[in-house]
Design a protein around this ligand. Structure first.
Ligand SMILES: [Zn+2]
Ligand SMILES: [Zn+2]
Length: 366
C-alpha cells in the first residue's frame, strides 16, 4: 500500500516538474532574454558570411535564383553567382534573387559585374534591387558594369529611371560618403553576336577570368545568349533559356559544369490540362512555353555530347511541389547521360578548386 502511494507521489512530482518546465519554456520563448535575442540575431546575420567558403583559389558557383516565371515558394527568379578568384560575377537578376544573394556568403557590395542572358522579366526583374543594394552596401565610386546583348542599354536606363527618386532619398538620408552619387545604378556594356547561332565572343577579360557570350535559341526572344566562364583551367557554362541547339554542345565542350535550364514537358502538359477548368491563362502559357525551352533529356544529351563532367539543372519548369518529384523530373535525363546530374536549389554552392578535378556541391539555405 505504502509503495503504491509513494509511486503515485513520485509520478505527481515528475508530472509537476514536467508541466513547470513546459510553462517555463513557453514563457522563455514568448519573452526571451536580451542576451539570447542578441545571440540569435548575430548568428543569423553572420552565419554564411563568417564562414570562408572561398578559402582555396578556384571557381565557385552559388545559384541564388533557380525558379522561373511560375510561382514557386522555394525558388526565386533566375540568378547564378560566380566567384572566380577575387572577382564576383553575377548572371541574370530575376525577381527576388538579390535577397537570396544577400543570404549567401557573397557580400552584395562586392559584385564586380552583372551579365544578362535575355530580357524576359524572370531574368531582369531584380536588376534595380541588385544595383541599389550593391550601391548602398559597397559605397562604390563607379556604377555596376552590366553586360548584355543589344537592348541592354534600354533595360538599364529604364531601371535607373525607376530608382531616381529613391536615389535622392538615400543620399539625403545617408550622405555622399555612404552612397556616393557617382556609383549609383549601372553602366550598360552592349555586345552584338549577330544572328548566326554558332557565334560567340569574349565579352569580359580581367586577369585570368574570361567570360565568353554565345548565341542560344529562345525564339521569338532575340537576342538570347549563354555564357561560359573560364578561370585557371576550370570552366562553367550558364545557358540562360534555350531550346536544344548545336551551339550549346559547341560552347559547353569539356566544361566542368553545365548549368542549364529545363522544362519537363510531361509535367507541363499535366499542368496545362489541370488549368483547363480555371478561368486563367495557365493552360495557354503552360502549352506555349514548351516550344522554347529544353527538356531534361535534351539537356543531358548536350552534356553527354559536350563531354561535360557535371550537369546542373536550374530554372525549374513547372515548379516541383515536393523533393519526391525530383527523381521523376530527371528520369529521362539519367537514362542518356552517365555523368552526375543535380537539380540545384536557391543557395546551392558548387566549388571547383584549381589544380584539381574536384566538384563539390553543398546546400547553404536548405
Ligand atoms: Zn526564364
Ligand atoms: Zn526566357
Amino acid at each position: 500500500m505504502n509503495s503504491i502511494i509513494t509511486k503515485n507521489k513520485r509520478l505527481w512530482i515528475i508530472l509537476s516538474i514536467y508541466l513547470l518546465a513546459c510553462l517555463g519554456l513557453v514563457v522563455f520563448l514568448r519573452n526571451p532574454p536580451d542576451a539570447v535575442i542578441n545571440y540569435l540575431f548575430q548568428t543569423a546575420i553572420t552565419q554564411n558570411k563568417s564562414r570562408n567558403f572561398f578559402e582555396k583559389d578556384g571557381l565557385y558557383v552559388i545559384t541564388t535564383g533557380t525558379g522561373a516565371p511560375m510561382p514557386d515558394k522555394n525558388r526565386t527568379g533566375s540568378q547564378t553567382v560566380v566567384v572566380a578568384g577575387e572577382q564576383v560575377l553575377v548572371f541574370d537578376a530575376g525577381p527576388g534573387s538579390t535577397l537570396k544573394l544577400e543570404l549567401s556568403p557573397v557580400d552584395v557590395g562586392t559584385v564586380d559585374a552583372l551579365f544578362i542572358t535575355h530580357f524576359h522579366s524572370d531574368h531582369i526583374g531584380g536588376i534595380g534591387e541588385l544595383m541599389l543594394k550593391r550601391w548602398a552596401t559597397g559605397s562604390p565610386q563607379q556604377p555596376l558594369p552590366i553586360y548584355g546583348p543589344s537592348g541592354i542599354d534600354e533595360v538599364v536606363n529604364g531601371f535607373e529611371a525607376a530608382y531616381q527618386l529613391d536615389k535622392g532619398y538615400r543620399i539625403a538620408h545617408h550622405g555622399e560618403k555612404v552612397v556616393p552619387s557617382s556609383g549609383f545604378g549601372g553602366e550598360a556594356h552592349s555586345f552584338d553576336l549577330g544572328s548566326d547561332l554558332m557565334s560567340s565572343k569574349t565579352v569580359y577579360k580581367q586577369g585570368e577570368v574570361e567570360v565568353i557570350a554565345f548565341n542560344v535559341e529562345h525564339a521569338p526572344v532575340f537576342p538570347a545568349v549563354g555564357y561560359r566562364v573560364n578561370y585557371k583551367g576550370r570552366s562553367i557554362v550558364i545557358t540562360g533559356d534555350t531550346k536544344y541547339t548545336e551551339s550549346l554542345i559547341h560552347h559547353s565542350n569539356k566544361a566542368d559544369v553545365l548549368i542549364i535550364e529545363a522544362l519537363n514537358k510531361k509535367f507541363a502538359t499535366m499542368m496545362a490540362n489541370a488549368g483547363e477548368n480555371l478561368e486563367t491563362n495557365v493552360t495557354a502559357i503552360a502549352t506555349d512555353i514548351q516550344d522554347y525551352h529544353i527538356s531534361p533529356k535534351e539537356a543531358a544529351d548536350v552534356a553527354r555530347e559536350a563531354g561535360v563532367k557535371q550537369l546542373v539543372i536550374t530554372h525549374i519548369l513547372p515548379p516541383v511541389p515536393s523533393d519526391l518529384m525530383i527523381r521523376p523530373f530527371l528520369k529521362e535525363a539519367r537514362a542518356v547521360y552517365d555523368g552526375k546530374i543535380y537539380m540545384v536549389n536557391d543557395g546551392t554552392l558548387i566549388s571547383l578548386p584549381i589544380n584539381s578535378d574536384e566538384i563539390k556541391i553543398q546546400e547553404l539555405l536548405k
